[in-house]
Design a protein around this ligand. Structure first.
Ligand SMILES: [Zn+2]
Ligand SMILES: [Zn+2]
Length: 198
């Protein structure tokens, strides 16, 4: 059945659970994102440091109740130990060009859950240092900010790619710039949770 929704998936979305991120609008609640429903499969990936604490159960329940996947965005190696033992469905990972961050990618992959490398062109992640099991993000918020073609093109045969909004506000729930880049690169989007795809 053909979906009416604009995009097949969006697994990089922030909500007011990222309370310490000043880019998140107060109106960007889980309920509003669920109601806008711009993508068939939606996953929320709030910053792990803000949901790792007492808030995690409420976060998880809120997402499950809305039929959303439960993700977290993990900011480098400092958070990986705790993140690896959290009951999430997938990870979005900030991999800066440090040995500890590349090692952390392996730790997350060992959980068997999908690991999406967040906006690598904005963090100078060296894709040649990542194992092919990683999913590489083409991120609507950041992809256009530098020479994305030169950055991604050498690796289009090496990885599977995921297109995301990285929305912090309701009007960011879109993927136009990322989809433009993917089209020029000739990338076919990888669907991370095909079992729930309509
Ligand atoms: Zn990020
Ligand atoms: Zn993000």
């Amino acid at each position: 059945m053909k979906s009416e929704k604009a995009y097949p998936q969006d697994l990089h979305i922030h909500t007011t659970y990222s309370h310490g991120d000043s880019s998140v609008a107060a109106e960007q609640t889980v309920d509003l994102v669920a109601a806008i429903a711009h993508a068939e499969i939606m996953g929320i990936s709030d910053h792990f440091e803000f949901v790792a604490t007492d808030a995690f159960t409420a976060y998880e329940n809120d997402l499950r109740r809305n039929g959303m996947k439960v993700g977290v965005e993990v900011d480098g190696h400092a958070w990986v130990g705790d993140a690896a033992s959290s009951p999430v469905d997938y990870y979005i990972f900030h991999c800066r060009d440090h040995r500890e961050d590349y090692r952390s990618v392996d730790i997350l992959l060992q959980t068997g859950k999908p690991v999406i490398i967040a906006h690598p062109n904005a963090l100078a992640t060296r894709l040649e240092r990542l194992p092919p099991e990683c999913l590489i993000e083409i991120n609507n918020r950041y992809v256009w900010r530098n020479d994305w073609y030169a950055f991604y093109q050498p690796f289009i045969e090496c990885f599977r790619f995921v297109i995301s909004s990285d929305a912090h506000q309701p009007n960011w729930l879109g993927q136009s710039a990322a989809r433009y880049a993917a089209r020029i690169l000739g990338v076919t989007e990888h669907l991370v949770f095909p079992e729930v795809q309509g």
